[in-house]
Design a protein around this ligand. Structure first.
Ligand SMILES: [Zn+2]
Length: 385
């Protein structure tokens, strides 16, 4: 889900398309297994034919998944819901839709568009097999793609979050109960049930039928679904606990500062003495940068004595800022996306650049996690208005 381990391959309808690293592994695996399958089933073909049909089939499989995700995206767009990106994974793809659809019927239509498009594709490939017999290259390719698209449609219709079927299920529960959070929990739970069922089925298949490869494959998909279901439920929990909170609510008001000319050795002592992990670097009462333990540790220890803080600090223009009124949920996402642990909170100026802007506190990932833990312990809260 994080574009960090993904490769951007292009843009369609203005939506950036990524391939997850795991997909490249799958592409190779499928191409090899298709090459082997075609070699066994079509001894009259040349090896070049076996492998080129194998590669072409793999590419069209990839295109089929992309088509599936694009169909979700097109429906979302029709409802004026932004689509940030599409990432292709081992088991399909994820269209990252900027926000949850405001209406249950919209979510239903966005979700069902994918399986329908896969079924249509499967039907089209099946129609090709009626024209081209299986011993032709087109026929062999079309039959495999007809099967895989039908499988994709059916698998995605399983009623567990985060699959399309889970979204469809959530939309139905949401439409009936009018309670979005509850419907997500229900869909998350059914996602876990589907996942456990798949793991148990895979184990049974491997043990009782001796079909190790197939069984392990089912169990692996189940395990993948389980973690995805847990993640989507956790996301909802995070959203719930952070609703109504702003940066100013949980920031720490103490802002430790250090001068820029001290050595890294001295900075290390300061960190050890105070336990503070992040400092603003100030000279003549002017902010010039930020220094923290990660940056310190990125420098080999034997160089600490003759290097100054200024040489390695994060320069002022690269510091990410938070506004005191920034909602905590978005801020946490920003911290995670940028992979930083803390941000200064600045009041009275965009991005801390104007002259009357001043730093009023520091916000850290830890402080956000602490408030989440506390809120989870105390129980549901009514957000103060
Ligand atoms: Zn889908």
């Amino acid at each position: 889900m994080n574009p960090g381990s993904s490769l951007r391959i292009g843009r369609i309808f203005g939506i950036p398309i990524y391939i997850h690293a795991s997909w490249i592994f799958l592409f190779v695996l499928i191409t090899i297994s298709l090459g082997v399958q075609f070699t066994q089933q079509h001894p009259q073909w040349t090896p070049t034919q076996h492998w080129s049909v194998g590669i072409l089939t793999s590419i069209l499989f990839f295109a089929s998944i992309l088509f599936h995700e694009l169909s979700h995206s097109v429906v979302a767009r029709a409802y004026k819901i932004r689509v940030d990106s599409i990432t292709l994974f081992v088991f399909g793809g994820v269209a990252r839709i900027a926000n949850d659809p405001p209406k249950a019927i919209q979510e239903f239509n966005i979700a069902i568009a994918g399986p329908i498009s896969s079924l249509i594709l499967g039907g089209a490939f099946y129609a090709l097999t009626l024209i081209f017999p299986y011993d032709t290259m087109t026929g062999a390719l079309a039959l495999w793609l007809a099967g895989i698209n039908a499988t994709l449609a059916i698998f995605n219709l399983l009623p567990g979050f985060p699959l399309d079927g889970g979204r469809i299920f959530r939309a139905i529960v949401w439409g009936i109960t009018k309670d979005f959070t509850r419907s997500t929990k229900v869909a998350g739970t059914s996602g876990k049930i589907v996942a456990y069922a798949m793991i148990v089925f895979g184990a049974w298949y491997a043990l009782s039928k001796g079909q190790w490869q197939q069984g392990l494959w089912y169990a692996f998909i189940g395990w993948f679904l389980l973690s995805a279901a847990q993640e989507s439920v956790a996301q909802i929990a995070v959203k719930e606990t952070l609703t109504g909170l702003q940066a100013a609510d949980v920031m720490s008001q103490e802002v430790p500062i250090i001068p820029r000319e001290i050595s890294l050795e001295d900075y290390g002592h300061e960190v050890l003495r105070t336990g503070r992990r992040c400092h603003l670097v100030v000279t003549d009462e002017r902010l010039v940068g930020m220094m923290n333990v990660n940056t310190l540790n990125s420098v080999p220890r034997d160089e600490w004595a003759h290097m100054s803080v200024q040489a390695v600090m994060i320069p002022r223009e690269k510091i990410l800022w938070a506004a005191p009124e920034e909602p905590l949920l978005g801020l946490l996402e920003r911290l995670l996306a940028a992979d930083v642990n803390q941000m200064p909170v600045v009041s009275g100026g965009e991005n801390g650049e104007s002259n009357n802007a001043h730093i009023i506190g520091m916000i850290t990932r830890d402080s956000i996690l602490r408030v989440m833990r506390t809120r989870a312990e105390v129980g549901p809260v009514v957000p103060a208005k």
